[in-house]
Design a protein around this ligand. Sequence first.
Ligand code: NAG
Ligand code: NAG
Ligand code: NAG
Ligand code: NAG
Ligand code: CA
Ligand code: CA
Length: 571
Amino acid sequence: MNLNILLCLVLVATISCNPIVEAGGQDWWQTAVFYQIYPRSFKDSDNNGIGDLQGIISKLDHLKDAGVTATWLSPIYKSPGVDQGYDISDYRDIDPIFGTLEDFKQLLAKAKELGIKVILDYVPNHTSDEHEWFKKSLENDNEYNDYFIWAEGRNNNTEPPNNWVSHFKGPAWTFRKERGLWYLNKFAPQQPDLNYRNPKVVQAMKDVLNFWMDLGVDGFRVDTIPDLFEVEDLRDEPRSDDASATPNDYEYLSHIYTQDLDETYDMVYQWRELLDEHQKTNGGDTRVLMTEVYSDFEKNIKYYGLPDGSRRGAHFSFNFELIVKVNEGSSSMDILTIIDRWVDNLPEIYTPNWVLGNHDQHRYPSRLGPENRDSFMMLQSMLPGVQVTYNGEEIGMEDGQVSCDEGADPQAIKNCSIFDAVSRDFERTPFQWDESVNAGFNDGGRTWLPVSDKYLENNLKKQKEGVRSYYNTFKSLIDIRKELTLKVPTKTALLKESVMAISRPINDCRAYHFLYNRHGDTKEVDIPYGLDDSKYTVVASKLTSQHIIGDEVSQQIKLDPNDSLIVRETC
Ligand SMILES: *[C@@H]1O[C@H](CO)[C@@H](O)[C@H](O)[C@H]1NC(C)=O
Ligand SMILES: *[C@@H]1O[C@H](CO)[C@@H](O)[C@H](O)[C@H]1NC(C)=O
Ligand SMILES: *[C@@H]1O[C@H](CO)[C@@H](O)[C@H](O)[C@H]1NC(C)=O
Ligand SMILES: CC(=O)N[C@H]1CO[C@H](CO)[C@@H](O)[C@@H]1O
Ligand SMILES: [Ca+2]
Ligand SMILES: [Ca+2]
């Protein structure tokens, strides 16, 4: 029995006691909102069109104001920019377009002052071909010759060593006459894959993590991790069952020898040990490791660690199900099935998490219908565990409008006939701060992507002034979430075929209930798991709802089509 419960039993006669909320020793990150900043698009301090660290510093108060306690920044490392910061030429320095290491230290200091944790992106799969390590490897320097994956080609070295295909199409190998060998690049040729079978590489990359933690960084988000290891003997991959793929397409092969290898999980577990060790040695709060994996549930949970917890990996591995499996047409039943799977099947020692958007996916108000944006905002906040919010979601930002000639996404602008289908620029347009020129992103200079036309009707300043606004909803949801610790059960129900319900009973006398009538007609439903004689107060509702915050409702409640709300039950 834990001490809190014991204390409660002792005190219960005299003091009202709530062991469920108070107990548990929940760590800072477990129900936190992690706010992803895409630095290029957040705030441009020097009016050169690209967001930067001083811009972020000047807007950290916004995070504080919104109630956010942790932020993760998309890559800010020194990079030639072939793949928008995912080709890193120095893991220990800031790219000049974003600022300097001094700026970053200033950012950390200000964040610390405001109580906001700072998480950095970690891109371990490959460096830039301009990284010192690669230059030395190219010169066959003894120390570095094995830092990358070099191999002799087939057919007397005239063809790549095997049939592997790059994510960006074509052979995953590039020939360099300096060494007379081919190197592996699973993305662009300017992104040589690091050789994780070389212990020196493993150590050098661990040193990078320590470098940033020594500066005060609170954790890392690891970019698409499955590609870390490949089989050592470089054997050919078999054909996939995708009949429409051509040999140049990544989808042509089944990636059984280049993705999700056991060694990759082990490396994640090693990084976790390193983070834990850093905390043990230097004190302070938990350093958090989060992994980005677009794989199925079974693979994804292996990144968390072994099922019995004997080895731990990521504190959480992003759950993208609400992105990849939910669309505008999804029924309440479809969505609840997805939620139940995570809630019911994630081993209890692990913490669930919920993501609605990021810099690689169309913004959810555009994907799921602008009309449904606040319903999904409420849904996400009522789910157990970590919430991940992409910058702009707190004001319900939709995708911007970008044409191919204004675009920047390197894979998309290569071929304008596929731009609309594949570009990620739409979800990366500048943050909409206010109604001034360029939405307050900068002082009217150029902007690296066009500012959305919608900024006059939708910007942070306007939403702060509104009584009912997405931003105000977002803030009040963060307050509610403070009560929804991991100990609070999550109960789902489908009512009258179209209404989804999520109940979070905190104790016998207090619960939150989320109801969402997706499609269908007006429905009258009984709040499930609620008691007849309880009091029900609306604490959040869709902006167009007839149910206004503060209204008292009965256990039986009427919901218009697409209406949603959260009620607090008290007795
Ligand atoms: C293999 O390539 C080398 C270098 O280009 C050439 O000298 C040699 O003749 C080739 N051998 C065969 C068998 O084609
Ligand atoms: C409800 O939302 C769906 C999806 O966005 C939309 O197609 C439909 O028109 C909405 N229904 C009403 C009555 O607003
Ligand atoms: C551009 O994409 C279209 C549509 O997939 C394709 O037919 C065309 O060959 C591509 N052009 C180039 C230059 O790759
Ligand atoms: C594990 C890893 O670093 N993967 C990255 C490989 O490169 C692509 C393209 O730059 C990134 O998107 C992945 O995150
Ligand atoms: Ca700038
Ligand atoms: Ca690799």
